[in-house]
Design a protein around this ligand. Sequence first.
Ligand code: AVJ
Length: 329
Amino acid sequence: MDSNEARQNQIHDFKPARDHFRTEVLSGLRKAHKELPSKYFYDEHGSYLYERICSLDEYYPPRTEIAIMKAHIKEIVKLLGTNAHLIEYGCGNCVKTRILLDHLPDIATYVPIDISVKQLRRVSQELTSHYAGLEVSPVCADYTGDFKLPAPKRPGDRIVVYFPGSTIGNFDPIPARNFLEHIARVCGPGGALLIGVDLKKDPNVLHRAYNDREGVTAAFNLNLLERINRELNGDFKLDNFQHYAFYNPRESRIEMHLVSLRDQIVHLGDLSIPFAKDESIWTESSYKYNLDDFKQLAADAGFQVEKVWTDERQWFSVQYLVKTTSDNV
Ligand code: AVJ
C-alpha cells in the first residue's frame, strides 16, 4: 500500500436503498399535483449532464461563484482559519473545493458528502493524490436524511461546513430553515458555514439559464424518467414528456416541470399511473434570494451573516455565516 492508498479512506456508505427511491417516486407520482425530488437527478448520466450544464453560456451560477471565490480567496481562507474540519454537502466534482484547498494548507480533515457514489470515489482519489497530507473521509449519503459523520481521525479546532452551488435554493422555505438548523448543529460552537447563494435578478436571465439553446437542461430533467425506467422497471416514453421551466416571481423561484404531451398511462412494475395531457410533474424548485431575505433565513436557523461577497452584477453571492451563540438551536 503506498501512502496515498493509506490515506485513501473507505467511503462511508449511507447511499439510499432502491426501496427508498421507489417509495419517494411513488408517493410523489400519486399526489394530485405530481412531483419528484430533484436530488434524484444525479445518477451517473445526470451528474454528467449537470457538468455540461455548468459549462453552458446561459448557466451563469458556477462561473460567477468561481470568479467570486477566486477574487476573494485570501479573505475567505483567513476567515476559515487553520486546522478546521471541512465538511462539504454535495461536493459534486469539487471544482470549487479545490480553490479552497489550494489556499488552505492547514486543514484537519475534509469530508465530502455526495449522493453520487462513483463521482465521490473518483474525486476522493484525485484529492488524496493531489493534496499530500490531506485526510479525506468521503460519505455517500442523501444529506437531507439521516447519516452519521465519520469521527475525525485528527483533532481540529472547529467545524466549517461548505455548501456551495446554491443548492440551498432547491429547498422550499421551511425545509431550507430546517436544513440550515441541522448544519448549525453539525457546526457546533465556534463553527461556521461558507455557502453559495444565487440572487434575484432579471427574470429573462433566469429563464435562459434553465432553458438553454442546446437543450442540455431539458435532457437533464428528462433523464429522471429514464432513471426511473431503468431502476424501477418503468415504461415512461420520453418523447411523451416535455421540459418546462419558468421563473415564478411571486415565489422567487425557478420551477422545472415535465409536462405530459398526451393522455397516457405509465407503468412502474405492476403499478399504473395515469397522466392527462398537459399535466405536469414538478421536478425542481430553485429559489433565488435577495441579501436581506437570506440574512433573515440564516438568523432564523441560528446563523449570523458575517461576510458577503458578490460579483459586479450582484448575480450570485458567497456568504460566510457563523453560528450564533444562543442555545435554542
Ligand atoms: C444544483 C441546485 C445549483 O438549481 O440551478 C441546474 C441544478 N437545475 N439546472 C440549480 C440545476 C437545472 C441547480 N443546482
